[in-house]
Design a protein around this ligand. Structure first.
Ligand code: WTA
Length: 634
């Protein structure tokens, strides 16, 4: 790769000093070693970089594939590696988290302080009756207590289930019920563009209808009056002031394969599914990928601008940076508040060295022109990153030129909630092509294949597949192992390949170009939504008999949702009703799920078995060939 061989297309070669500085200066060498002996490769990394209470008997157990197991027999806790062990070294006094709130307030937690808060909250959760294996739902804004709550759960062996703060009542209720959570941790409100998102009020509506929930813990953030239900609801600061909040709380000894968390994500059909990750493999995978891809060093200030409520935040705000003993920056609010240079001013203020964000954010900031970033000293930046959807070359180049000042390589990382960590990605030492995810992370064998599983010709579209297991892979869908097998492993069952649900192309240089989802998942502003959930929100409105949603390309947001509704008798199509339906989805599901348009139709294209053929709707909007219509009912 780096031997000067001429590559096709537009290529940005890395500067020699970047290669020299990188943890992995030679991708091919490391990848070859890894692929030749996966257990040997991961076993060595695991032994050298983490503390285990007890070592493993076997690195990879694939006897019961696709129910893979990693570090079998080992005892560990991810929090021991993210916090406890740092208390014995100079890392104790280092900033773990630098936080800036939207109103401009700021807080710094050293590793010592973070550990203190996490330990106290862990014992509070224990006092509320939470124990190993229980589920805790967390529904908060982007504030340090969100991270503290997640780590406190992990410390006592409870599974957190974080629900993104942009979701609303129905989405929250479904996730509390499906996970059978005992406790909900929330906050009074979250700051967004100078307004308060009333999280506690939304939570109250959901919890009133939730079956298993016993207690609610509420963090005071925005300070407005909120309704607290006696006996059920407690203020976080009250609990943390009680003697039960023990800073010496012990960390639970877990099996490497014990669950760490569940995180709901949208799939091909039906309700969101709870993706399950474990303590051992996830710890090794997330931190190794962060270290190598973003070349994390002791002096860095790492800013992953995602929300902790999505996998990107779980892996790369909460767990991986702490395991590496790095310093993270977190910002609460909107990038354009109060002005479009909020991000750039914070990079200069805190000396951020690595920025990792989504193409939609880059496109959004690009709109305001280069004068805003130009006002600020961005010279601390040395690496940039992108995630969540394909990055269009125009946005890539703007990011590279205007933000990275042509010095900072851009790591385009393709991965999923299910994969736990980066899977297809560039490394700082690799030549970059704007818009390509580059190659598989060392040890991750990826390919683009046809229906039969044969590789498609160069530059032709096919199914993206992953041919090798990896430590941070999902273990199952919580409560639904059959669906786990069906969804990810049945398409290429014979070969034993993982199916991510994306289509892609591979070019002459073996570089992967992600095209998009092949199923009913829509990526809106990088957020993953399922058509099924939006449709079910629509039909919960009294006027709607049936609904179908599709994603259509949008310059700014990647995709937007277009909805089609068949009305019940007695209702007439109108602009007013269209607005009402959009607001209804916003209220039930959250603002990101709001369709951009609602069309009223008399019928929907369906298969003879009654399934809506969304691909036909999409082909019509896009003016494309409608394809095979043989299964269409009429
Ligand atoms: C898409 C987000 C192109 C893809 C980490 C995948 C991307 C889905 C990229 C997973 C990228 C993610 N280039 N597409 N760099 N990263 N995707 O679970 O369609 O929210 O299947 O995880 O996002 O979304 P999820």
């Amino acid at each position: 790769m780096t031997d000067g061989k001429k590559m096709t297309g537009e290529v940005y070669y890395p500067a020699p000093e970047i290669i020299e500085h990188a943890h992995i200066p030679d991708y091919d060498k490391v990848n070859d070693e890894a692929v030749a002996d996966l257990p040997g490769f991961w076993g060595k990394i695991a032994a050298e970089n983490y503390e285990w209470y007890q070592p493993w008997e076997m690195v990879l157990d694939d006897h019961n594939a696709p129910f893979y197991k990693w570090f079998v027999g080992a005892k560990v806790n991810i929090v021991h590696n993210a916090l406890d062990r740092h208390m014995r070294t100079a890392t104790r006094n280092k900033a773990a988290l630098i936080f800036e709130g939207e109103p401009g307030d700021s807080r710094v937690y050293t590793y010592q302080q973070l550990n203190y808060e996490v330990s106290k909250f862990a014992s509070v959760l224990r006092a509320l009756g939470v124990s190993k294996g229980d589920r805790v739902t967390i529904y908060m804004g982007r504030i340090p207590e969100l991270m503290i709550a997640m780590l406190a759960c992990a410390k006592i062996g409870a599974m957190h289930s974080v629900v993104y703060g942009g979701f609303s009542t129905e989405a929250l209720l479904d996730r509390i019920n499906d996970s059978e959570s005992k406790v909900l941790v929330t906050c009074d409100g979250a700051w967004l563009r100078g307004n308060i998102v009333p999280l506690k009020q939304i939570a109250n509506e959901a919890v009133a209808r939730a079956g298993t929930l016993q207690s609610v813990v509420c963090v005071k953030r925005t300070g407005q009056e909120v309704e607290m239900i006696p006996d059920r609801d407690h203020w976080y600061h009250d609990l943390m002031a009680l003697p039960i909040a023990d800073p010496g709380a012990p960390t639970e000894v877990m099996d490497a394969e014990d669950p760490l968390f569940i995180l709901y994500t949208s799939g091909t059909t039906g309700k969101p599914k709870a993706i399950l990750h474990t303590h051992g493999g996830y710890m090794v995978g997330t931190s190794t990928t962060l270290k190598w891809v973003f070349d994390i060093k002791a002096e860095d200030i790492w800013w992953c601008a995602a929300d902790p409520g999505w996998i990107t935040g779980h892996s790369y705000i909460v767990y991986a940076p702490l395991i590496l003993g790095a310093t993270s920056f977190m910002y609460e609010g909107a990038p354009t508040h109060p002005y479009p240079d909020r991000w750039w001013s914070m990079i200069a203020k805190y000396g951020v060295t690595i920025l990792y964000t989504a193409p939609t954010a880059i496109r959004g900031l690009m709109r305001f022109g280069r004068s805003w970033p130009k006002r600020h000293d961005l010279s601390s930046l040395r690496l940039l990153g992108s995630v969540g959807e394909p990055i269009n070359p125009e946005a890539w180049k703007w990011y590279h030129r205007v933000i990275g000042r042509e010095r900072c390589p851009i790591m385009d990382t393709w991965w999923q909630t299910e994969t736990g960590n980066f899977m297809i990605t560039s490394l700082p030492s690799m030549p970059l092509k704007p818009g390509s995810g580059t190659r598989g992370f060392p040890g991750v064998v990826v390919d683009v294949v046809d229906e039969e599983g044969d590789p498609v010709p160069v530059n032709e579209e096919g199914y993206l597949v992953i041919k090798t297991p990896w430590p941070a892979m999902l273990r199952t869908i919580f409560g639904d192992p059959d669906r786990y097998v069906q969804q990810y492993w049945s398409r290429f069952e014979e070969q034993g390949w993982y199916l991510p649900g994306d289509s892609a192309k591979k070019d002459e240089d073996g570089y992967i170009w992600i095209i998009g989802r092949i199923d009913d998942v829509i990526k809106v502003s990088g957020y993953r939504l399922g058509t099924a959930e939006v449709e079910s929100a629509l039909v919960s409105h009294k006027a709607v008999a049936e609904a179908a949603c599709i994603g259509v390309p949008d310059e700014l947001r990647g995709n937007v949702i277009k909805a089609y509704c068949i009305l019940r008798q007695g209702y007439e199509p109108s602009e007013q009703l269209s607005i009402e339906l959009r607001d209804h989805v916003g209220h039930e599901m959250g603002p990101i799920a709001k369709p951009s348009t609602v069309d009223f139709v008399e019928s929907l294209p369906k298969t003879r078995s009654g399934k809506i053929m969304r691909r036909i709707l999409k082909a019509r909007v896009m003016g494309e060939d409608e394809g095979d219509l043989s299964t269409l009912a009429d």
